[in-house]
Design a protein. Structure first.
Length: 514
């Protein structure tokens, strides 16, 4: 039996070579892989000894030779192949171990067109891997160092890899080369447009976490991680509670992003966001995390029950008091927990999942499937700030009113359109989401606020097309309205705001969310 080993990532390669040698396998390798094996005292033949041809062109051509690929691709059950191997002195290769230059991780260090990244495009490696994977009926292929011990264990137990194992390894090999090629073409594409490239390759790997079902029990579901990505949820630690569900993950991502966004926008203050069915039902900033938690739950206690709660600060004992006093959350996510806090919460909130996670990093592009394709856009971020807004009414808002307006407008970005958010003193007292007309969203927000937003701010995710929306906001008692502006009816809405004595500012930035 003969194995060819050619890897960029040398993790575990010496141990694998030693194990194969002990099992009586002949080893073939080249370059740095051969040196590592040889330095460990394991016999290994160089590919040049097999091909009779040295590595050329600065090591660009090493294994691209009939005596290598003929030995990998030959169908051992085909007498014509076997005869040709004998005619040309080709020996079979029964196992290929290879992984590729880290193009997907490294090319950002090179400028497009600078001539550096192209040197990281692996040619020989993918060719070896694909050849072995194609002929998995006769040849094993390993691309993941985590598989080395599994392969050795099976070889020691059975003397050969089973057909099922070879097929499983071949699938992993083709996934490896497909992701690699996707990274290469993405590098070329993104030189033209990093957000909306000419072609889009979505390469992702299914995570081992089991999701019981999707949005509904009859829908199968799984979690995939984009290749090369390091998302917050992949580095999160769960303390207690049952496993995360599809909807838990979906809402937790929204809550985690919103809590960090609100805290940063408010001058790095403690912030809490509560999400239920993809929409905020509570959001607040405070001088302490406990205060922010208590105020966020006061927004809509009924809806907050069973919601997803995100906090942008480690949970302390004072916050635990508020958590126990408030409606039970389905999941709490925070950057950490003070000593003893997890045990306290586990005793009082046995069914609440406690997640400890690093800060989120927003995606570089937003994808949404439609029938037969994808809609792709830049991710939405609130970019306008109060100092860029235009006051369009006779009354000028105070600094405190503008601070509430800024928070309300930012929360709007996380609410399904049509969205109206009422904020007073850093608390979203009323959130109206997902109505087909803006007035009804405003009425829902006012009903939830129940007078608590008086003197505060009303934010609308898009312009008011008619003065009736201004009337609804004024009826809630707000002192300032923040909206994008841009309607042909702007003069009418401005006149109505002046008539009612309400300040109004235009941001020039719409916040639709569907």
């Amino acid at each position: 039996m003969r194995a060819l080993l050619s890897v960029y990532d040398k993790t575990g390669i010496v141990e694998l070579a030693q194990g194969l040698h002990e099992l009586g396998w002949d080893l073939v390798s080249s370059g740095g892989t051969a040196r590592s094996i040889r330095d460990a005292g394991v016999p290994v033949a160089d590919t040049a000894e097999i091909t009779g041809f040295p590595a050329i062109l600065g090591h660009r051509v090493v294994t691209l030779h009939p005596k290598i690929h003929g030995g990998i691709l030959a169908d051992r059950s085909n007498p014509h192949h076997v005869a040709e191997m004998a005619d040309y002195g080709i020996e079979g290769i029964d196992l290929v171990v290879g992984n590729l230059y880290p193009f997907g991780e490294d090319p950002s260090a090179f400028q497009h067109g600078g001539g550096g990244a192209e040197d990281l495009i692996d040619i020989g490696g993918p060719t070896l891997v694909r050849s072995a994977a194609k002929n998995h009926a006769h040849v094993g292929v390993v691309v993941d160092p985590a598989e080395y011990s599994v392969v050795l264990e099976e070889l020691r137990a059975s003397g050969a890899l089973s057909a099922a194992t070879r097929r499983r390894l071949a699938r992993a090999a083709f996934a490896h080369t497909a992701a690699y090629d996707a990274a290469v073409v993405a590098w070329f594409d993104e030189a033209e447009d990093p957000i909306l490239p000419p072609t889009l390759h979505v390469a992702a790997t299914r995570e081992p976490v089991a999701l019981r079902y999707g949005e509904n029990p009859h829908q199968r579901a799984a979690l995939y991680r984009s290749n090369g990505a390091d998302p917050w949820w992949a580095n999160a630690t769960q303390h207690g509670g049952v496993a995360m569900s599809y909807l838990n993950l979906f809402d937790a991502d929204a809550a985690w992003l919103l809590a960090h966004d609100l805290g940063a926008a408010a001058g790095d203050r403690p912030a809490v966001a509560i999400i239920k069915h993809a929409n905020p039902c509570g959001a607040a900033v405070g001088d302490t995390l406990a205060e922010a938690y208590q105020r966020a739950f006061e927004c809509d206690p009924r809806s907050a029950f069973g919601g997803i709660v995100a906090l942008n600060r480690p949970v302390d004992e004072a916050t635990v008091v508020e958590m126990v006093a408030a409606a039970q959350a389905d999941l709490v996510i925070a950057p950490g927990y003070a000593e003893g806090v997890i045990e306290q919460l586990a005793a009082k909130r046995k069914n609440t999942r406690l997640l400890e996670a690093p800060a989120p990093v927003p995606n570089g592009r937003h994808l949404r499937p439609i029938t037969g394709g994808w809609l792709v856009q830049e991710p939405h971020r609130v970019t306008s700030t109060p100092d860029q807004w235009k006051v369009v009414t006779e009354r000028v808002p105070t600094d405190a009113e503008l601070a509430d307006a800024a928070l309300a407008f930012r929360i709007c970005a996380a609410v399904s359109s049509n969205a109206i958010v009422l904020v007073k003193d850093g608390v979203a007292w009323g959130i109206g989401a997902g109505q087909q007309n803006r007035v009804e969203s405003g009425q829902i927000a006012a009903q939830k606020a129940d007078g608590r937003a008086a003197g505060g701010a009303c934010a609308s995710d898009a312009f008011y097309p008619f003065p009736d929306g201004i009337e609804a906001a004024a009826a809630a008692g707000v002192a300032v309205i923040v909206q994008p502006g841009g309607s042909v009816k702007d003069p009418d809405t401005i006149a109505k705001a002046d008539e009612l004595g309400v300040a109004m500012v235009f941001t020039g930035e719409r916040q639709f969310k569907h």
